[in-house]
Design a protein. Structure first.
Length: 556
């Protein structure tokens, strides 16, 4: 009879084992495997609840993967089991406990009392000699797990480990195909533009969709402050994004050192802060990866989920690859922005310089060492009746201002050869009028003293030359007037005396030849007197040829 009971029990275990293995072989998603096992095992093994926790290698702790039949409060407790029990599990040994509520020394007594748990069987989930998780079967009535139940449960846990590993492997392979396609898609978009905002938006929008996650953020280091600045985000509320500075987060610190950081339980993990905001946002797990350009880290990319998620190697690798690809695109866009800014500054400086040149009344022409025109001012174009497009790039001889004595290129050649300034003054006849031009050519040299450009400045000095001539004429006139006045003054004294004497003599003479001669003398003296009066009232004169090379002046 006892043998029959054992046989029936073994058959029952075999049936349960077959059903479990059949169930876990039906799906390849690790999460589905865990959810399926914890929901079916309580009924099959006659227990009240079941949990599966996975080992998080980054923190060496067990994080909840799936659970059935237990409250959230019990599942969120800080300690899973005693230190000794967890050490035995880490060594690959199952741990069975009964009458938990009667043992006041247990660390989890209070939680067990509230949950009504009286018996627990903890089983390590092993794959290829490594602990990858722990499965726990819980009862609300006192129950002693015999060796046969423990052995059977261990076999089930091993199958679960294989199923989880196979599911992970399949998921990894499936992810690699999807991620390769996604990486190609993201790379195509981010490398097709140099617009930084468009690149950032593409990454935060496409990456969560490809990886099946809730949200994504990108924070970049600002060179001026060395602070992380949020530059792009998707799938998150304004409250969450404005929660405050996160530079002191341990996850950020490690990411800035070049490490990828996976956080399973973001609501309580000490590596992140603002747990209340995270909880309100519904964030469960976070993956932070560095954004690199070569060896330089320029920012941090974070992926966030609304379900607890163990990030696989392929997911971490894919996110890291996208971050590096994005880093290169971001750097290219930043470089492009700097180049654009530099060009804008150059254009602004050129416009400023051109405005200054255009405001000058002097005609300016700038030529390179091949004597090709690279810049002219508005005054030059107006005076020469040319358009800027007709001039720029042309040889200097094409648009130069004519010179009276020598070819236009001669002075430019002198400057290019000697590196010294050259000046000349030319007289031209334009529309029958004389025009004076002052031409000055100056070199622009580089740091080595070589001539790079030549600036020609042409100034119309006709008015100033005419003014100088008028000034000289006035000076000459003033000299003549002074001389004429002086001569008239000197002549008047003896002239008046001679004229008075002649008048007296004329009165004493009788009619006859002598009196006629005296009349002639008096008339000549009066003519001289009229001339001296004219000399004192003259306002101008005119030079006339006289005899030979002698010139005389005609008073006005």
């Amino acid at each position: 009879m006892a043998n029959q009971t054992v046989l029936n029990k073994e058959q029952q275990y075999l049936k349960v084992f077959q059903e479990v293995t059949k169930l876990i072989s039906m799906v390849l998603d690790p999460q589905q495997v865990m959810d399926l096992v914890v929901s079916r095992l309580p009924e099959l093994l006659d227990v009240d609840a079941a949990t599966i926790r996975l080992l998080d290698s980054s923190t060496n702790t067990f994080v909840l993967g799936a659970a059935h039949g237990l409250s959230d409060e019990y599942l969120s407790r800080s300690a899973i089991d005693t230190h000794d029990s967890m050490q035995m599990i880490m060594n690959g040994q199952p741990v069975a406990k009964t009458a938990l509520q009667k043992n006041q020394l247990e660390q989890i007594t209070a939680e067990a009392v509230r949950e009504g748990i009286k018996g627990v069987l903890s089983l390590p989930i092993i794959f290829q000699g490594h602990i990858i998780g722990v499965m726990r079967l819980l009862t609300r009535e006192e129950r002693v797990f015999n060796s046969q139940e423990i052995s059977f449960s261990m076999a089930l846990a091993e199958q679960i480990g294989m199923a989880l590993s196979n599911g992970r492997l399949f998921k990894e392979m499936e992810n690699q195909v999807d991620f390769l396609t996604g990486l190609r898609e993201i790379s195509k978009v981010v490398n097709s533009t140099l617009n930084l905002d468009e690149i950032l938006k593409t990454i935060v929008d496409m990456l969560p969709r490809i990886m099946g996650m809730k949200a994504c953020t990108i924070r970049l280091l600002q060179p001026e402050t060395n602070e992380l600045e949020l530059v792009a985000a998707s799938g998150l509320s304004a409250e969450y994004l404005k929660r405050g500075r996160i530079k002191k987060e341990n996850s950020i610190f490690k990411a800035l050192k070049g490490e990828a950081v996976a956080i399973f339980d973001a609501e309580s993990d000490p590596r992140v802060v603002y747990h209340d905001v995270i909880r309100r946002e519904g964030i469960k797990s976070i993956l932070a990866v560095p954004i690199k350009v070569g060896r330089e880290i320029i920012g941090v990319l974070r992926l966030l989920t609304t379900d607890y998620h163990c990030f696989s190697n392929s997911e971490v690798t894919f996110a890291t690859t996208v971050a590096e690809e994005g880093g290169n695109a971001i750097e290219n866009a930043r470089t492009y922005q700097k180049i654009n800014l530099l060009f804008n500054q150059i254009e602004e400086n050129e416009r400023f310089l051109q405005n200054i040149l255009d405001s000058l009344w002097t005609q300016l022409v700038v030529m390179d060492t091949r004597k090709h025109v690279v810049m002219v001012n508005k005054r030059f174009l107006e005076q020469q009746g040319l358009d800027e497009n007709e001039v720029l790039g042309q040889t200097y001889h094409f648009c130069t201002i004519p010179m009276a004595d020598q070819g236009a290129g001669c002075l430019a050649d002198k400057v290019l050869t000697s590196g010294e300034r050259v000046t000349s003054i030319d007289t031209l006849t334009h529309d029958g009028k004389e025009q004076w031009l002052e031409r000055s050519l100056s070199p622009i040299v580089d740091d080595a003293g070589n001539v790079e450009f030549v600036i020609e400045a042409v100034r119309d000095i006709t008015a100033s030359r005419q003014l100088e001539e008028e000034k000289l004429a006035r000076v000459k006139l003033e000299g003549v007037l002074e001389m004429a006045g002086t001569a008239a003054h000197e002549l008047n004294t003896p002239l008046f005396a001679a004229l008075g004497t002649a008048q007296l003599m004329w009165d004493d003479l009788q009619q006859g030849e002598m009196r006629e001669d005296m009349d002639l003398i008096i008339r000549n003296l009066q003519t001289i007197s009229s001339l001296t009066r004219k000399m004192t009232t003259m306002t101008g004169f005119e030079s006339k040829d006289y005899v030979g090379e002698t010139k005389i002046i005609e008073l006005r």
